[in-house]
Design a protein around this ligand. Structure first.
Ligand SMILES: *[C@@H]1O[C@H](CO)[C@@H](O)[C@H](O)[C@H]1NC(C)=O
Ligand SMILES: *[C@@H]1O[C@H](CO)[C@@H](O)[C@H](O)[C@H]1NC(C)=O
Length: 406
């Protein structure tokens, strides 16, 4: 018996040495591709005044199967890294994590002789049983903390600054990967979230169930929360709150709103304001967003079929809630194609102070928390707006066909 065990142990060690990814594949942050996928065209020319078709590859081939969809999702993931957000580096060569007695989780990442330590904090719930579900909140939570859920507060500015254009390349991420790394601040934060999940996976005494993790933030941090959810398939629930343009708004729809006289944040403004996007995005923002092979219905679509709940406020023009409405209504067709429409919802409440969560949205938020973090049954069919907006799907903005893939 002991001989058998030890040869099995030796085989396992051999497999670990030869195929280190052998143990990681069940919890990878990257989307799984199921089929041989088409290569990205080398210098793609793209132009579309409407929202690009999520179900057509850049080379023109149609997505008709679930396998092809996994390839298209990987393509869209690459397109966002190339054109908007910069490169998300893979896990660093070395990662260590230590939970202090005050529940600070010190995470040290090392690569090529450089090393950083960042320290999100965990606040455990007073009800429920370990391991707990958790919400990773960018610079804190902007809605009431749900019972039975741990709160992990992530200081995103420490990872990548977001003061103004001079923030480019500033923060711990850039200490590790160099000030010229292509990653935008938001992609640097997304990398940080993935390392938090790695750290939780390797620290059982942190008592977090990494299969039940949500990510959220409000306003600029809501834009970032959507990016984090899009770029780590281990995140069960993504909750961007009042994220506006650069978050759940579509660039093309925000430009149209602006043209109609609603003073809304646009791509051309955002690249002059801050470093949330990569330098490569300026090419589109400075000329025309119609050249972008993606828009944010497809950023949301990187989350699918995992859960996405979009919280909006119709009272602030700059947020472009009508753009978010059309963008998310279009995005929801991706979940429909995957047979998972109830994993995606949006709620746009009547005018209120920015990032002050109104009681009118509590029941629908609770439904998403209950279903996707607490494992309870709940009705998550939520497609509501206080804005009385009209947006036909399919329509002039999304004239494409959505196949039935599942
Ligand atoms: C970043 O790029 C600039 C311009 O090419 C160069 O002068 C600078 O040395 C680079 N910085 C780092 C940290 O590599
Ligand atoms: C975009 O426009 C701004 C302002 O004119 C300029 O500073 C920046 O270099 C431009 N970027 C590109 C890629 O053309």
């Amino acid at each position: 018996m002991s001989v058998l065990l030890s040869s099995f142990a030796r085989l396992a060690l051999f497999l670990l040495a030869v195929f280190p990814s052998w143990v990681q594949c069940s919890s990878s942050e990257s989307p799984m591709k199921r089929a041989p996928c088409p290569a990205l065209p080398s210098s793609p020319q793209f132009s579309d005044t409407a929202l690009p078709d999520p179900f057509t590859f850049l080379d023109g081939a149609a997505v008709t199967t679930l396998g092809a969809w996994t390839c298209r999702q990987a393509e869209v993931n690459s397109l966002f890294q190339i054109n908007e957000l910069g490169t998300k580096p893979p896990p660093p060569s070395t990662l260590t994590a230590t939970l202090s007695s005050s529940n600070a989780l010190a995470i040290t990442a090392s690569e090529a002789g450089k090393s950083i330590t960042f320290t999100p904090t965990i606040s455990f719930p007073t009800t429920g049983t370990a391991p707990f579900p958790a919400i990773i909140a960018f610079n804190g939570l902007s809605f009431p903390r749900p019972a039975g859920v741990a709160l992990i507060t992530f200081n995103v500015d420490d990872m990548a600054q977001q003061v103004n254009l001079a923030s480019r390349g500033q923060g711990k991420f850039f200490t590790l990967y160099g000030a010229n790394a292509t990653a935008s601040a938001m992609m640097a934060w997304a990398w940080g979230v993935s390392r938090i999940i790695d750290a939780l996976e390797m620290t059982p005494n942190a008592r977090i169930d990494t299969k039940r993790i949500a990510v959220t933030g409000c306003s600029r941090n809501g834009k970032g929360a959507l990016v984090a959810g899009a770029f780590d398939t281990r995140i069960a629930l993504t909750i961007p709150q009042e994220s506006g343009s650069g978050g759940t708004d579509c660039w093309r729809l925000s430009d149209a709103l602006q043209a109609r006289g609603v003073v809304t944040q646009t791509a051309s403004e955002i690249v002059q304001e801050n470093v949330w996007f990569s330098r490569s995005f300026e090419t589109f923002a400075n000329t025309s967003v119609n050249m972008l092979p993606v828009d944010h219905h497809m950023l949301a679509g990187l989350v699918a079929p995992r859960a996405l709940f979009v919280i909006d406020n119709v009272g602030i023009d700059w947020l472009g809630a009508e753009s978010s409405f059309g963008c998310m209504k279009s995005a929801r067709r991706i979940w429909q194609a995957l047979g998972a429409s109830n994993n995606m919802g949006y709620s746009q409440a009547a005018s209120h102070d920015h990032c002050s969560f109104p009681a009118s949205q509590q029941a629908v938020l609770t439904a998403f928390i209950n279903k996707f973090l607490l494992g309870l049954s709940a009705n998550t069919t939520v497609t509501e707006t206080a804005g009385n907006y009209m947006f036909d799907t399919p329509g002039v903005w999304d004239p494409w066909n959505a196949p039935q893939l599942a």
